[in-house]
Design a binder for this molecule. Structure first.
Ligand code: UDP
Ligand code: MG
Length: 322
C-alpha cells in the first residue's frame, strides 16, 4: 500500500473548509478506485484561526478517520504550518496545498502519475496568468522574481506555488533543513530533485479572504532575499568602494584646481550635500547588516518553529467506543 499525506495549512478558513473537505474526499475517492494501492490521510494545520476553523476540524476528525489535524497555540504563519504538516506526515508521498481551493485538487491524479512513475520526485503547478490580482501586485511580484534570480544561486521560478507533490525522500530532505526563518519557495528549490511544472491559469479563492496584505507580501519578499542571498551585503561593500573612489577623484580635482586656477567659492553647499549623501549610504548599509544580524539573532535562539495546542488524538480519545 502507498500512503498519500495531504498537508493543508488553514488560517481563518471556516467558509472554505466544508468545500475543501467535500472536494478532496471526492477526488481521492476516484483516485483510490483507479489505483487500488493508494490510501490517504489529510493533515490540517490550524494556524491560530480566530474563527470556527478548529471546531470544523474537530468535527471532521471525529467522523472521518482519514482526517488529522494539528492546532497551534497561536498564529505562527503558513511556513510554520507547512513545516508542522511535513513533520507529521507519515505518507510515502506528501502533497502540500492551500485550503481555499486555489490549488485545485483535480491536479492530484496527474501529479501522482508523474511522481509515482519514478520519472520525477516532485510535481508542482505554475501559474501562467495572474488573473484576479491587482496590476501593481503582479508588477511587484514579477520584479521580485527577476531581482531574486539575479542575486541568488537558488532558482525561484516565477509563478511556482506551494502546491507540491513530493516523494518521501524529498520531504526528508526538506525536514533536514532546520532553519527558523523558513522561506519555502527557496527551500523547495534548494533541495534540488527532478521537478515537473504543470502550467495552469490562476484560480480565485473559493470563499473567505486572503490573509496577505501588500505590506505583508513585501516583508515576505525581503525575508526571501535575506534567507537565500547574501548579495545585499556585497552591494553594501560596493557602495562603500564607489564612494571612496569618488572622494579620491574629487580630492585630485580639488588639488589640481587649487594649484592652477585657485578656488574662489567656499564650497559650503558641496560639503553639506556630501555629508548627507555619505551619511545616507552609511545608514542604508548598516540597515542591510542589521537585516542579516536580526535573522542570525533569531536563528541562534533556536526557538521552535511552532507550538501545538491539540491534535486529532485529543478528539478521538473522547469519542465513545464503538
Ligand atoms: N495560511 C496559514 N497561516 C497564515 C496565513 C495563511 O496557514 O498565517 C494559509 C491559508 O489558510 C491558506 C494558505 O495559507 O490555506 C494560503 O493563504 P491565502 O489564500 O490567504 O494566500 P494567497 O492564496 O492569497 O497567496
Ligand atoms: Mg489563496
Amino acid at each position: 500500500m502507498k500512503l498519500l499525506s495531504i498537508v493543508v495549512p488553514c488560517y481563518n478558513e471556516q467558509e472554505v473548509l466544508p468545500m475543501f473537505y467535500d472536494k478532496i474526499t471526492e477526488v481521492m475517492g476516484q483516485m483510490m478506485e483507479k489505483h487500488s494501492e493508494l490510501t490517504y490521510e489529510v493533515i490540517f494545520i490550524n494556524d491560530g484561526s480566530k474563527d470556527a476553523t478548529l471546531q470544523g476540524l474537530r468535527k471532521y476528525a471525529a467522523m472521518d478517520e482519514r482526517i488529522r489535524y494539528i492546532s497551534f497555540t497561536r498564529n505562527f504563519g503558513k511556513e510554520a504550518g507547512m513545516f508542522a504538516g511535513l513533520e507529521a506526515a507519515k505518507g510515502d508521498y506528501v502533497v502540500v496545498m492551500d485550503a481555499d481551493l486555489q490549488h485545485p485538487p483535480e491536479f492530484l491524479p496527474q501529479m501522482y502519475e508523474y511522481v509515482s512513475s519514478g520519472e520525477y520526485d516532485c510535481a508542482t503547478t505554475r501559474r501562467v496568468s495572474r488573473e484576479g490580482e491587482s496590476k501593481i501586485r503582479s508588477w511587484f511580484a514579477r520584479k521580485f522574481y527577476s531581482i531574486m534570480n539575479k542575486i541568488s544561486q537558488t532558482e525561484i521560478v516565477d509563478g511556482a506555488q506551494d502546491y507540491r507533490f513530493m516523494t518521501r525522500q524529498m520531504v526528508d530532505s526538506i525536514l533536514s533543513m532546520r532553519e527558523y526563518n523558513r522561506f519555502s519557495k527557496g527551500i523547495f528549490s534548494w533541495v534540488g530533485y527532478r521537478v515537473k511544472y504543470i502550467e495552469y491559469k490562476n484560480v480565485e479563492r473559493a470563499a473567505g479572504t486572503t490573509a496577505w496584505s501588500f505590506w505583508g507580501l513585501f516583508k515576505y519578499s525581503i525575508e526571501g532575499i535575506v534567507a537565500f542571498s547574501t548579495a545585499p551585503l556585497a552591494i553594501a561593500s560596493l557602495l562603500g568602494v564607489i564612494s571612496c573612489l569618488i572622494a579620491f577623484i574629487m580630492a585630485i580635482v580639488i588639488i589640481v584646481q587649487k594649484l592652477t586656477v585657485g578656488i574662489a567659492e567656499p564650497g559650503y553647499p558641496t560639503i553639506v550635500c556630501l555629508i548627507l549623501l555619505i551619511g545616507g549610504i552609511q545608514l542604508f548599509t548598516i540597515g542591510i547588516l542589521g537585516q542579516y544580524l536580526a535573522k542570525t539573532y533569531m536563528e541562534c535562539k533556536r526557538r521552535p518553529v511552532y507550538l501545538v495546542q491539540e491534535t486529532e488524538e485529543d478528539v478521538r480519545k473522547n469519542l465513545p467506543e464503538q
